[in-house]
Design a protein around this ligand. Structure first.
Ligand code: FO1
Length: 330
């Protein structure tokens, strides 16, 4: 089977998958997407990271926000406010069609993998977009003032401001990865841990039984791309909020918000770790984790990512065909 398998969340990961899909045949791409941001809202099943990935790969993604659909309107949200409904998570009118379609298919008995396949087909997405599990999992944030928030409520309603005591993954103990997820990792010829929130997007996927083992056991090279670039000031308000969230969650496990701190989290999973040119000084720390650092431009919001994509494809090509995996890079 082969192919490139990406593990990731929403906005950061989706920009890399879109850049990859512009170079390789999208049919060679399988994306394992975090579903721990998912939630029920206004009676609809909302899957932010799946939708962000589908919108990015189908050219529907709003380029500035990074989430939701371009050329969007929010009439329904205003009408809901007029009805006295609490509205803090802005579902655009076109975005709502996705949630309505998914909720209807769920009510009809379809599973999330099949529903996502139908949505991808309808949007002309040829890459495989896989929810990490069929079971409901929710990243919950316990704050130091005793609140317990859904991740989206923490990030969006509270702008990632509360101090985080603990991150937990509600339902993860009863969740299993879908067979497609485990099989795609085992049969891949390149696995990429995307530039997504390590604790809110990557950890939920790796916490499903058997996924981390599959990543360690695959004969494919495993490359992780830093989700953090310290050396470049963030100008976009949404990106700034997501950076605050990444830092708050890392702080809750005693880690600084640096590229190399995330490399330490992934050190028994990947052989190569990509950091941005602006953080080249952290290469030695990454090497100290037993991981090979690669320094390229990783800021996909402002450049097409050709050097990053070229580097990933070079790792894929260099893969020893069959045979034992080269261990010296560890
Ligand atoms: N992010 C926001 O900052 N504000 C929003 O109102 C918002 C709405 C929204 C609706 C649908 C969707 O798929 C994503 C949405 N996001 C919004 C982004 C969301 O918080 C992120 O995509 C991730 O879930 C965080 O990684």
């Amino acid at each position: 089977m082969g192919g490139i398998v990406g593990l990731g969340g929403g906005i950061g990961g989706s920009r890399l998958w879109r850049a990859l899909a512009a170079v390789v045949d999208p049919a060679e791409l399988t994306l394992v997407v975090n579903t721990a941001d998912d939630m029920w809202m206004h009676g609809l099943r909302i899957c932010p990271d799946l939708d962000t990935t589908l919108y990015a790969l189908s050219g529907r993604q709003d380029p500035l926000r990074g989430w939701g659909v371009r050329d969007e309107s929010f009439q329904a949200m205003q009408a809901l406010r007029d009805l006295g409904e609490p509205v803090w998570f802005h579902l655009g009118d076109r975005d709502l069609a996705t949630h309505l379609a998914r909720t209807g298919m769920l009510a009809g008995g379809a599973g999330l993998t099949e529903i996502t396949r139908r949505l991808a087909t309808a949007m002309g997405v040829r890459a495989r977009v896989l929810p990490m599990t069929e079971q409901e999992v929710a990243t919950r944030i316990e704050t130091t003032d005793g609140a317990e928030l859904h991740y989206e409520e923490f990030l969006v309603r509270h702008a990632a401001q509360p101090t985080v005591r603990r991150v937990c993954y509600q339902g993860i103990e009863n969740a299993v990865p879908t067979p497609d997820v485990v099989r795609s990792i085992a049969e891949a010829d390149l696995v990429v841990l995307g530039p997504s929130n390590p604790l809110a997007s990557i950890t939920p996927i790796l916490s499903l039984p058997g996924v981390a083992d599959a990543v360690r056991a695959t004969s494919a090279p495993v490359v992780a791309v830093t989700p953090i670039v310290t050396g470049v000031p963030i100008v976009d308000a949404g990106e700034h909020r997501r950076a605050i969230s990444r830092a708050a969650l890392l702080r809750s496990i005693g880690k600084p918000a640096t590229a190399s701190a995330v490399a330490e989290l992934y050190q028994d999973l990947c052989q190569t770790y990509v950091i941005d040119l602006a953080d080249a000084d952290e290469a030695d720390i990454v090497r100290g984790c037993g991981i090979k650092p690669v320094v390229v431009s990783t800021l996909l919001a402002r450049d097409p990512g050709t050097s990053l994509v070229d580097m990933l494809l070079a790792v894929r090509r260099a893969r020893p065909t069959g045979g034992l995996r080269t261990m010296e890079a560890r």
